[in-house]
Design a binder for this molecule. Structure first.
Ligand code: MN3
Length: 200
């Protein structure tokens, strides 16, 4: 079955007063994300070996095969964007107790976590993503990935929360100011309930 654009959990206008306007979501969700899905479906249609695989399976099997780079780019972007929409909330920014305690244990403080996440987001040269993950050692970490890169391919840990730092994610709302977009994400948009639920 062909991959489809997942619906947002909120209206396209729901984040407008929190720093992500309707136009951004129309373009980013409706156009950019859809383009990756359409391209992925086309690639799968042409390659019998890829058919019947889950999205996560496609990301993993294409990650280390240079002949499948276009599959990886589009599957990775579909996975990452689907995770990004879940990482946003109209009630974003409030960190629930269990995650807060874990952040304080592993980073020292919420402020230190935010600084670490901001560093990952702002030092990702060019397009990519910054992540909060649960590392294999059981500790929270921030990390970054370029282009369609994703922790589910590297196996470095379990993704909990992600920010898209491709320019298309912030240019309408923040122009070239990625640091401001990241700070706004952490304080007003980040769905920490989702991140906490991903702790398992
Ligand atoms: Mn994007």
């Amino acid at each position: 079955m062909a991959f489809e654009l997942p619906a947002l959990d909120f209206a396209q206008t729901a984040l407008a007063d929190r720093g992500m306007c309707q136009e951004t979501l129309e373009l980013h969700h409706g156009k950019h994300h859809q383009t990756y899905i359409t391209a992925l479906n086309g690639l799968v249609e042409k390659n019998a070996a890829l058919q019947g695989k889950s999205l996560e399976e496609l990301v993993k099997l294409s990650a280390t095969d240079a002949a499948l780079t276009p599959v990886f780019n589009n599957a990775g972007q579909h996975w990452n964007h689907s995770f990004f929409w879940k990482s946003l909330s109209p009630k974003g920014g409030a960190i629930p107790a269990k995650l807060k305690a874990k952040i304080e244990a592993d980073f020292g403080s919420v402020e230190a976590f935010k600084e670490s996440f901001k560093t990952a987001a702002t030092t990702q040269f060019g397009s990519g993503w910054a992540w909060l993950i649960l590392g294999k050692d059981g500790k929270l970490k921030t990390t970054k990935s370029g282009n369609a890169g994703t922790p589910i391919a590297t196996g470095e840990g379990k993704p909990l929360l992600v920010i898209d730092v491709w320019e298309h994610a912030y240019y309408v709302d923040f122009r070239n100011r990625r640091p401001d977009f990241t700070t706004n994400f952490l304080d007003k948009l980040a769905n920490y309930e989702f991140a906490e639920a991903n702790l398992g």
